[in-house]
Design a protein around this ligand. Structure first.
Ligand code: UDP
Ligand code: MG
Length: 309
């Protein structure tokens, strides 16, 4: 019998957890051929989340939990959950029932019968979400699609079930600044997307302020792209070009490269050159930063015909 590890990061989720356990428990009972374990990660909650998890683990041996010493963030909680999961399949779920448990059965079925390594939920809409937040999120995903050559998009979240091979590959990326959506895309493997509609969280409040979302977005871009450094270089080159055009125009028009045209030309040239070299310096720093993450150089999905020794 297969085992599915359901990994649930929880930060102040005392209001949502009872409904989550009830509904997800009912959904997994519908899955034939697999049993499940719940890996709850209490991410330094300041409410009664830990007490609820304690009583769940006392009454149901499938429920396990670990408690962080303080709030380390959802990324850290997902990593810790995955490290402690022993299932043949692992799935990440939010505690607020925004990831419909009814999809678990279909996800497992897809992995078992269709040859995919991962089956992920694709949130089709943002109904019930704050308008400003929706607009900012959409803009962020547009930027990230242009700057990082990875398959990350609006609605492609953390709700996904993966096989052991993919889970182990995700664990191989041990970087401190984690951005799971980028990591899933980085490790590759075949993913099937199944659409679902957004629902409002069952109880409690979102843990993300606009400020924390912005910081998360910047982290995401910096972890997977050096585009901002390249942008500085391009701006520098454009300033140098503008200086040359200003100078040439002053000479051609006969006004001579003196006075204000000379001043403008010098300012553009000096700033351009400075920016250009800062960007070169940035390229070295960003290469070193990527090296320091010690990401695997490649990830093998299958190996055929090699001796076992
Ligand atoms: N979460 C966490 N640590 C945090 C913030 C959030 O473990 O610092 C968990 C939270 O308990 C929930 C999931 O991450 O299970 C998603 O959080 P939330 O629902 O607040 O995010 P949203 O759905 O609003 O993006
Ligand atoms: Mg939520």
């Amino acid at each position: 019998m297969d085992k599915i590890s359901i990994i649930v990061p929880c930060y102040n989720e005392e209001k949502a957890l009872p409904a989550f356990y009830r509904e997800t428990g009912a959904a997994v009972r519908e899955i034939d051929g697999a049993e499940c374990e719940f890996i709850f990660v209490d991410d330094g909650s300041r409410d009664h989340t830990a007490d609820i998890l304690e009583s769940l683990s006392a009454s149901d041996r499938r429920c396990k939990y670990l408690s962080f010493s303080r709030n380390f963030g959802k990324e850290a909680a997902m990593y810790a959950g995955l490290q402690n999961a022993s299932g043949d399949y692992c799935v990440f779920m939010d505690a607020d029932l925004q990831h419909p448990p009814q999809l678990l059965k279909e996800m497992y079925h897809v992995l078992k019968t269709e040859g995919y390594d991962c089956c992920a939920g694709l949130r089709e809409d943002r109904t019930g979400e704050n308008k400003l937040r929706s607009i900012l999120s959409r803009t962020f995903y547009k930027i990230i699609r242009k700057t990082c050559k990875l398959d990350m998009g609006d609605g492609k979240g953390d709700f996904r079930m993966m096989n052991r091979a993919m889970a182990d590959s995700v664990l191989e990326l041990k970087e401190y600044n984690r951005y799971m959506k980028g990591i899933f895309s980085f490790v590759g493997f075949d993913t099937k997307w199944i659409p679902f509609h957004n629902v409002e969280r069952t109880a409690g409040e979102t843990k993300w302020s606009l400020r924390s979302l912005f910081r998360y977005a910047v982290d995401g871009i910096l972890s997977f792209s050096s585009a901002p450094v390249t942008m500085a270089g391009t701006t520098g080159a454009l300033l140098i070009l503008a200086a040359v055009i200003t100078g040439a125009w002053a000479l051609i028009s006969g006004s001579g490269l003196t006075g204000i045209p000379l001043l403008v030309c010098l300012i553009l040239m000096l700033n351009g050159v400075q920016m250009f070299f800062i960007s070169i310096l940035g390229q070295y720093v960003s290469k070193d930063y990527m090296e320091s993450k010690k990401r695997p150089i490649y990830i093998v999905k299958k190996k055929v015909g090699f001796s076992k020794t």
